[in-house]
Design a protein around this ligand. Structure first.
Ligand SMILES: Cc1ncc(COP(=O)(O)O)c(C=O)c1O
Length: 355
């Protein structure tokens, strides 16, 4: 018995088709495709008709190129490894006028997408007006020295917020600036929307792609959405290795990790924080034989779960599946969807892809 990371490939494929509904999508592949695995995810997305990808790391962009020789691959972080970018035909963000002026000659022949900073203040041109001199300077260069300004993009920081006006304001700033800059330059690629924005608003008019991550990987971006919006194909499971009886007042685990307030059946499960289960997640339940039972303590390779007489050694214990979803615990404050996914230890969990 060992703790497992199991992916239902058919469910993943079906879900991608269900989510995108034939809309043009740039799939976000960063952090090894949200830890679903770059090779698996690229192939799955290609099968569902997605041919545009983005990531933050050049190494991943190069791997995507191997898997998808004809795809459009967009690097969301700037890189100065210009020869690789050119050779691999990778599109790259242009994050500031400073970057342009510093690397003007190296950028010749490279496809860039101008980045608008917006409310996230992580990267990008501060204003659309700052883009104009760059467009003009580039235009005045001999053709062979020009970069190709093929795209423009932004990223919303508040699309999953409903309390204030921030999303509406950042959206307005983008759409207004975009209309203006389009009078100076034609962009083939216009993309701004993450999962939350896409679900809230549908694809904005005139945009070439929605740039989706988490919804493709089976989690809802915010809590008021129905589970049917996207389905989780990943299961994290382990087994009950023993059931122990504790009497009132007896403790189990390190430093009184759990003390029985009454006579308690305690299942010992072979899964722990060493496998990447967040401590915040262990404040909640797991699923055994179709019923939820409370986790009582989390150790490196084990968990204690309070069970009843329906649970026995050998039973399967599910921490995450489509019946006990990552997004449910996101909304209970355990951590972001991507945080729970990223924490999982791919070196200790047995990885299985069910075809
Ligand atoms: C720049 C950028 N675009 C798109 C996404 C996709 O966001 P989501 O996973 O919420 O769809 C991310 C993810 O963090 C991102 O950093």
């Amino acid at each position: 018995m060992t703790a497992r990371w199991t992916l239902d490939a058919q469910l993943f494929h079906d879900n991608v088709a269900h989510v995108i509904q034939n809309q043009p999508v740039m799939a976000v592949m960063k952090n090894n495709a949200y830890h679903y695995g770059l090779d698996f995810a690229v192939n799955a997305f290609l099968k569902q008709g997605i041919t545009t990808f983005s990531t933050t790391v050049l190494r991943e962009a190069v791997r995507i190129r191997k898997l998808a020789p004809e795809a459009v691959i967009f690097l969301m972080n700037p890189s100065t490894e210009f020869h690789i970018i050119r050779e691999q035909r990778i599109h790259m963000t242009l994050p500031s006028p400073e970057f342009y002026h510093q690397h003007q000659s190296d950028l010749a022949g490279i496809n860039v997408h101008l980045e608008y900073e917006n409310f996230l203040h992580r990267s990008g041109f501060r204003t659309f007006d700052d883009m104009i001199p760059v467009i003009q300077t580039n235009r005045e260069l001999p053709k062979s020295e020009q970069m190709s300004i093929v795209g423009i993009w932004t990223h919303f920081g508040y699309a999953d917020e409903f309390d204030g006006d921030e999303y509406s304001d950042e959206k307005q700033a983008w759409l207004t600036g975009l209309e203006k800059i389009k009078t100076y330059h034609d962009f083939e690629f216009i993309h701004a929307q993450n999962s939350a924005s896409f679900v809230r608003d549908g694809l904005f008019t005139g945009h070439s792609h929605a740039r989706l991550g988490i919804i493709l990987y089976g989690s809802r971006p915010y809590s008021s959405l129905p589970e049917s919006l996207t389905r989780q194909s990943l299961t994290i499971s382990a087994n009950v290795i023993q059931v122990r009886q504790l009497e009132k007042g007896q403790s189990a685990g390190y430093s009184f990790a759990f003390t029985a307030e009454h006579s308690t059946r305690l299942a010992v499960v072979d899964l722990g924080y060493g496998d990447g289960i967040l401590r915040t997640r262990s404040k909640h339940e797991c699923l055994i034989n179709g019923r939820r039972y409370p986790i009582k303590a989390l150790m490196m390779s084990h968990m204690f779960v309070e069970v009843d007489s329906n649970v026995a050694a050998g039973d399967e214990v599910i921490l995450y599946s489509n019946d006990i979803r990552i997004d449910e615990y996101t909304f209970k404050g355990v951590g972001a969807n991507s945080e729970q996914l990223s924490a999982l230890n791919h070196h200790s969990l047995l990885k299985e892809i069910k075809l």
